[in-house]
Design a protein around this ligand. Structure first.
Ligand SMILES: Nc1ncnc2c1ncn2[C@@H]1O[C@H](COP(=O)(O)OP(=O)(O)O)[C@@H](O)[C@H]1O
Ligand SMILES: [Mg+2]
Length: 419
């Protein structure tokens, strides 16, 4: 297959959207920023248009961006959502060719492989299959040459975005280094298998299920896992009596992952979670994980404890210890930090409430970002927090949809204690 025509359909759609909505959305968003005279809107439109010419990476970048649905103008989200709905599939003859090349004689261990893809993967597709020993499995297979194409895409995106970030006074290199590292890691399924192994050996959360992996059948481009049946999030929503159980498993995954095991699954795309009527949650997709350095884990934990114990003044010094400070090495100023901490406090109210009931959280974050645009661009932070924050925002958006009512501060503090 020619990988040039792989994403052509998406590009055509993206162009249409990008032309109109992109222009509208970006200009509206930027108008709302204070002091935008330094930003050239035409330059940004160019970036969006150029991005849409690329192949592998924009899909992933699009997934990341559309997770922040409530934080960005709807027009921008629309543009990137198109990238996620890529309906391109490889024909089975190509898939078979890849299997033959990758698995060689081991292909005989498979009784059959379903020709119709079972699910779309971001850089490939998933097929259901059965081993001769009777086990049901899935095979995740990459599009041919996708690694190379992502490599090239990333270089191009860097070339386009770097001057823009510089104009906005944002620390491009740091953020970019991190995104690049994570994206390239995702294109190696042997690495993904190692990540899954690490999770299976580390996480002990009742009701959290990990697929089994098959080392013998896994290569950089082909990953074989046990088939784990479950409901998608949308289907799961119907089973209201299970919401609380599922919610608490996911909350443990995040909180214990962050503060106890110090490893996070940082791809909160809701398709990466499967829900079972018996109350279990299946975790999929170990392409993007993040080991959390001790200093960061400890600093965030102590900050949260400081907020919930009303010792707010301690927070800026705690964060400074984790490398979150101004470029001059000063702790964050109170006017900047306090509104952020207030948002965290509101997410965990000390009374029975539906989680995330107050949708103002997003509006507030956006307002803080606008009010402090230039101060924020003067800050220094470890690159590790890029994916940590993306993950927390993504999970907040997922969890609030379950509408579970509890005293969240109590639940949160109890969980922190076990961490
Ligand atoms: N072990 C499995 N059992 C059942 N379904 C799976 C399994 N692994 C993945 N899937 C399905 O395939 C989809 C894509 O797989 P995923 O690993 O998330 O790919 P990607 O890394 O490209 O996002 C998942 O969202 C899930 O629906
Ligand atoms: Mg996935």
């Amino acid at each position: 297959m020619n990988d040039n025509n792989l994403i052509t359909g998406t590009l055509a759609r993206l162009f249409r959207l990008g032309e109109t909505a992109g222009r509208l959305g970006l200009s509206m968003f930027l108008k709302n920023l204070k002091d935008t005279n330094k930003i050239d809107i035409n330059q940004i439109i160019k970036v969006v248009e150029n991005l849409s010419r690329l192949k592998g990476a924009p899909m992933k970048v699009g997934q990341m961006i559309s997770l922040h649905e409530d934080l960005l103008p709807p027009e921008i989200i629309e543009i990137f959502k198109v990238l996620q709905k890529d309906s391109t599939t490889m024909s089975f003859s190509i898939v078979k060719e890849i299997f033959e090349k990758q698995l060689k004689s081991k292909l005989n261990d498979f009784l059959y492989i379903e020709e119709k893809p079972f699910a779309a993967a971001s850089i490939g597709q998933v097929h259901k299959a059965k081993l001769r020993n009777g086990e049901d499995v899935i095979i995740k297979v990459q599009y041919p040459n996708i690694r190379k194409s992502i490599h090239t895409d990333l270089k191009t995106i860097q070339f386009i975005l770097s001057p823009l970030f510089k104009a906005l006074n944002l620390p491009f290199e740091k953020i970019w280094e991190e995104i690049q590292e994570r994206l390239l890691e995702e294109t190696n399924y042997l690495q993904e298998l190692k990540n899954l192994e690490l999770f299976r050996n580390t996480f002990k959360i009742e009701g959290l299920v990990f697929p089994k992996y098959f080392e013998d059948y896994t290569t950089e481009e082909v990953l074989v896992l046990s088939y784990e049946e479950s409901l998608s999030f949308d289907k799961g929503l119907k089973y209201k009596e299970r919401h609380e159980q599922w919610f608490l498993i996911l909350l443990q995954l995040i909180i214990l992952g962050f503060f106890k095991y110090k490893i996070l699954h940082v791809d909160p795309n809701i398709a990466n979670f499967g829900f079972r009527e018996n109350g279990e949650v299946v975790l999929f997709d170990f392409g993007c994980i993040k080991k959390i350095p001790d200093v960061i884990s400890n600093a965030y934990k102590n900050t949260v404890i400081a907020i919930l114990k009303n010792e707010w003044n301690k927070a800026s010094c705690i964060l400074k210890e984790a490398g979150i400070q101004t470029r001059k090495g000063e702790p964050l100023k109170e006017e900047f930090l306090k509104p952020h901490l207030e948002v965290i406090e509101e997410i965990f109210p000390n009374q029975e409430k539906y989680f995330g009931e107050d949708a103002n959280v997003y509006k507030k974050l956006l307002e803080i970002a606008r009010d402090n645009w230039y101060y924020a661009s003067e800050l220094e932070f470890p690159k590790d927090i890029v994916f940590i924050h993306r993950n927390l925002i993504g999970h907040f958006g997922n969890l609030r949809k379950f509408r579970v009512k509890k005293n969240w501060r109590k639940v949160f503090l109890e969980l922190l204690e076990t961490a």
